[in-house]
Design a protein around this ligand. Structure first.
Ligand code: NAD
Ligand code: 89Y
Length: 343
């Protein structure tokens, strides 16, 4: 198989996972890295043996020699970097949150479409083993037609030590974590017509909201609740598990803490362990996320080789990103938001 050559921009906290995963992915190799911080460039360059190192993305694109770019910076630089990739006709992967605003996100999708290059958002949570298992059970028709769901992420885990910027933004949990939970709700129960949200800040040391409850009306008539919290202190910390409840015409699916999947229907109840694999470079409790990083990056390569659309293409992610904007708007105005009208 011909190896695709990739370049990574942003050598921070999460990029370490992406670099490890690229080592495992079949069909791609990272040949150049870029970070405006020389220390991060050295740490990642030395750890992964990458000689081509740049502090400026323009200079890296000017030198070229790579088939795609993996943008692992924080949101502020996403639009400029994705548009730079488009101008240089280089396919791009961009970390979540895709953009600062929906209009920026639309412009980024448009730029890549006009340039004729692939664009995938690194929206990895739907690639987690337990989420894939729920989708498989639903697709197999085990519970009939789903009419109700709950997608829940409640934790007291200290995410601020690894990602201090999360405490500083006006927006926190919906933009950072709820974005994944909303994407899972779409992935499992389909696109959303309208949304109502309420938010709260419990932790006085941070600027943004750390609790959100969101009611979703799906286009297929199902109703679901997305509830996320980083202010929930439980006896057994569930980070970073998304728990799911689905009720269908013929039965129910429950994904519970400890990666247990229970499917109940007329013929009885099946219980399965759907734990993620602990990859050689992974560490608990992050291994669930880390395995999904590998899965989405392998998917990037596989679809590029097939010339096929990515599951979380830029165009697909507009529908998830719209939910983020709609949730903040709904919470601020106390109103239900028509999501379809935003797209
Ligand atoms: P970070 O601040 O640790 O790292 C970002 C790096 O990008 C820094 O080293 C910074 O110097 C560099 N950078 C920023 N702008 C740049 C530019 N224009 N050119 C070159 N370098 C630039 O951030 P992080 O915690 O690694 O997060 C990065 C992104 O990953 C965020 O968008 C975050 O939401 C996302 N993230 C995703 C997951 C997931 O599961 N998908 C998990 C954690 C973080
Ligand atoms: O940034 C977030 C993400 O995408 O997954 C978990 C996280 O690292 C903290 O909420």
């Amino acid at each position: 198989m011909t190896e695709l050559k990739g370049a990574l921009i942003g050598c921070g906290f999460f990029a370490i996972n992406q670099m490890h995963a690229w080592k495992d992915v079949e069909g791609a190799d990272i040949v150049a890295i870029c970070d405006r911080d020389p220390e991060r460039l050295k740490v990642v360059g030395d750890q992964f043996g990458i000689d081509r190192r740049y502090r400026d993305a323009e200079a890296m694109f000017a030198d070229g020699g790579f088939d795609f770019v993996d943008i692992a910076t924080t949101v502020q630089s996403h639009r400029a970097l994705v548009e730079m990739a488009a101008v240089n006709k280089v396919p791009a992967i961009c970390q979540k949150p895709f953009a600062k605003t929906l209009s920026d996100a639309k412009a980024m999708v448009e730029a890549c479409r006009n340039a004729g290059v692939a664009l995938m958002v690194h929206e990895n949570f739907r690639w987690q083993t337990p989420i894939q298992a729920v989708r498989k059970a639903l697709d197999a028709g085990t519970i009939g037609t789903p009419f109700w769901g709950r997608f829940s992420f409640r934790s007291g885990y200290d995410v601020f030590s690894g990602q201090p910027y999360l405490a500083e933004g006006e927006r926190f949990i919906i933009e950072d974590l709820g974005i994944h939970t909303l994407d899972i709700a779409r992935y499992i129960l389909g696109d959303i017509r309208s949304l109502t949200a309420r938010t709260k800040r419990v932790n006085p040391k941070i600027k943004g909201e750390d609790v959100a409850t969101i009611l979703l009306d799906h286009e297929n008539g199902a109703t679901s609740v997305v509830d996320v919290s980083y202010a929930t202190k439980l006896s057994k910390e569930p980070f970073p598990e998304t728990l799911i409840e689905l009720d269908g015409s013929e039965g129910t699916i429950r994904l519970t803490q400890g990666y247990r999947l229970e499917i109940a229907h007329g013929r009885g109840t099946t219980t399965m362990d759907v734990s993620p694999k602990l990859l050689s470079w992974a560490s608990r409790p992050w291994h669930n996320i880390q395995e999904s990083v590998y899965a989405i990056q392998q998917h990037w390569v596989d679809q590029i080789k097939r010339g096929a659309e990515h599951s979380t293409s830029g165009a697909d992610n507009l529908k998830t990103f719209a939910l983020v904007e709609a949730a903040y708007d709904s919470a601020a105005r106390g109103q239900t938001i028509d999501v379809g009208a935003m797209l």
